[in-house]
Design a protein around this ligand. Structure first.
Ligand code: HEC
Ligand code: HEC
Length: 201
């Protein structure tokens, strides 16, 4: 009996220890993810960077794809299928695994919009009742817990994500993103996406 209990404890421990190298976890292999998200998960358009993202945020998004709540056209086309056969334990493995990879900045925004983007990120737009992003996403846009890291994500991804919320997709996203994005103009979105694409920790 003692042996069985010990065996079960070891098994429970092993099931939450994530190996350092890519491989097979439960029902999924990380290669099923990196052939779209890039070999070191730095993103490969239209798939965003996963490396260095907050594990709680990654897990929440994977559940959103599994439950088909994140419903923009790219999510439907790619991620609903990619996440269809993963269970809660796989979600934890994958979220932990990708969060531990070192993120590289995309550095691909419009340089001439960086200063304007920084201003909105740090001060918000009081006249349009837009809160400062820094209040939640942090001074280097590094995120925390369920709030994602934005620093260094690709310009096209950031712009698309904010524009899709503005257009009414992904209504189930956590507060306050649908409201915040709904108040941003296309120019302000481009400025924020430019600034953030260059931001490093
Ligand atoms: C066929 C290509 C493809 C495959 C395979 C794929 N992804 Fe994705 N993934 C995408 C695209 C495209 C998006 C962007 C969806 C959007 O814009 O809403 C995305 C988005 C995501 C996001 C949201 C990130 C964020 O910042 O909000 C996560 C998390 C994710 N994928 C994880 C995974 C994992 C884990 C796997 C492997 C089990 C995987 N993906 C396999 C293409 C893919
Ligand atoms: C009150 C806190 C809060 C504020 C203020 C805030 N955010 Fe967010 N943001 C969040 C949370 C929480 C999420 C995760 C949403 C989810 O899980 O669906 C998020 C998600 C995002 C994402 C998605 C990232 C990805 O990988 O797909 C972007 C882009 C973003 N925020 C940009 C901004 C910008 C730009 C501003 C300022 C104009 C801002 N946020 C202000 C809390 C906040």
């Amino acid at each position: 009996m003692k042996h069985i209990r010990l065996g079960m404890t070891v098994l429970a421990f092993m099931s939450f220890a994530v190996p350092a190298s890519a491989g097979q976890f439960g029902n999924v292999n990380t290669r099923n993810c990196t052939w779209c998200h890039g070999a070191s998960a730095q993103g490969y358009t239209p798939a965003p960077r996963l490396a260095g993202q907050r594990p709680q945020y990654l897990a929440n998004q994977l559940h959103n794809f599994i439950d088909r709540r994140r419903d923009n056209p790219f999510s439907k086309l790619y991620m609903w299928h990619a996440a269809a056969n993963i269970d809660s334990q796989d979600v934890r493995y994958l979220a932990t695994y990708f969060s531990r990879l070192h993120p590289k900045a995309a550095d691909d925004g419009d340089m001439s919009l960086v200063a304007a983007g920084r201003r909105i990120f740090q001060d918000g737009v009081p006249a349009s009742n837009i809160v400062a992003c820094i209040a939640c996403h942090g001074p280097r846009a590094q995120g925390a817990r369920e709030i994602p890291r934005l620093g260094g994500l690709a310009f096209t991804y950031l712009r698309r994500r904010l524009a899709q919320w503005h257009d009414g997709y992904d209504k189930h996203a956590r507060h306050p993103m649908t409201d915040v994005a709904g108040r941003l103009s296309p120019k302000q979105i481009a400025a924020l996406a430019s600034y953030l694409s260059y931001l490093k920790e």
